[in-house]
Design a protein around this ligand. Sequence first.
Ligand code: GLN
Length: 543
Amino acid sequence: MAKKLRPKFIFVVGGVLSGVGKGVTSASIGAIMRSKGYKATALKADPYVNVDAGTMNPIEHGEVFVTDDGDETDQDMGNYERFLEIDLTSTNYMTTGRVYQSVIENERSMKYKGRCVQVVPHIPEEIIRRINVARKLHDADITIMEIGGTVGEYENILFLEAIRELKLKNPQDVAVVLVSYLPVPKHIGEMKTKPTQHAARALNHTGINADMIVARGEYELDTPRREKLARFCGVSKEMCISAPDVESIYEIPQKMDDQQIGNKLLKLLGMSSRKSDLTPWLKLNKKISSAKKEVKIGVVGKYFGTGEYTLSDSYISVIEALKHASWANGAKPKLVWIDSEDFENNPAKLKTLSDYDGILVPGGFGTRGIEGIISTIKYAREKNIPYLGICYGMQLACIEFVRNVLKKPEAHTVEVDDATVHPVIHVNPNQRKNITNDRYGGTMRLGAYDCDLKKGSVAKKAYGQNAISERHRHRYEFNNDYKEQIDKAGLKISGVNKKEDLVEIVELEKHPFFVGVQFHPEFKSRPMSPHPLFAAFIKAAIT
Ligand code: GLN
């Protein structure tokens, strides 16, 4: 039997600014290690006090990525799943709030046996315990963990302390990668290393030396800058990796492998280097660059344009799933964000929707922009434009149908109108209790649920299976009182969860493609294996 390897850890921290690309760097390192035959898993630590990402506004946070086991996590977890091609669990995600919650619960149940419970060592100890739980669950040779935020701020200091302690105990098993930004100010016209020097020093203040620097920026890292980084940040020249902007994030594993990032880290960790096999990535990138025929998809929702995040952050998995499906169909995706409130203010604008090959309404919450979305769905239904409705996009498609085909104009979701006489989308008694008692955190219908597909349906044809499992994140449900009526009138129920008697998929007959799903298929789309429903939607859009 092969000797069991010592568990190895690669921590990825950020310098200079957030959004620099730590997530994609971590994911790419993971993809490279897996291509070498090592078992790798990836974790994300978010430094905020929220227990999970579920209670945050999308403007604050971006997408909430849902795992099979129902955790509401950060969008980077989606990148890990897409690049490493593995399903992650709640063990792969932690926040300051979650770590403190465990420590406080332990204290309340006398787990510390009367000792004084302190920020150090108990918080870093809990962080390390959690890292090891994930590592063991995934049987990982290499555990990659991204620390949210940037070095030098208050919030992530205890995560850095956990790294310091782990490295102190097992120096040969821990590598630290600093992903930092190298700006090229227009008026100077030269790449500047000083902010990264400061970041490396801020990291030194926490007792950690970076082993590798990933130099993010608009341009390649040139020799003089590489020498400066090495000298002032205390890393060798070979350990400075150039990471300029690229057309598509899926080029990054290859670009990093060309610089031997994987073998350099393996050497540092005392592991044997191995050849990478990135053939699937190469093929994908060929597909991407050879896709010529444009497919124009309108994504209709309320506009999230303010704050730190933009609309595209809020729907990153939807965007990626549309791209995967387009490339698989040999098409080049052109995604256009359409603010549904525009249609409320100016209904004549609805006609512009005829320019699109397909319309997608993603998940959402609340009242703003809803009537504009319902008008959009009516337009797609009547004008035979391929339509994919996800979660709220499915619920609103049902409401549109009951209003305009079954002629019940009062039809609504109780999320918007609690007193509607036609609650097509309603709430079950358990959820009602959560709402009345202000129990919002982690209480939606979350994670993977089974769904049986109806024979002969569009959904069944797309999946090529009788039963599927998909991830959910919603509080409201289709009201079965309307099941027979809509089915009879042509909006067919094509997917149900038998155990809980819930409608999961509806589809319109006699339409090129009109499918609404209560779940979020986008979370399971992978660049090399696009999601079947997205693939079928794009196929309909290009024909
Ligand atoms: N707001 C709806 C619900 O809570 C839909 C949620 C979603 O689209 N993710 O049921």
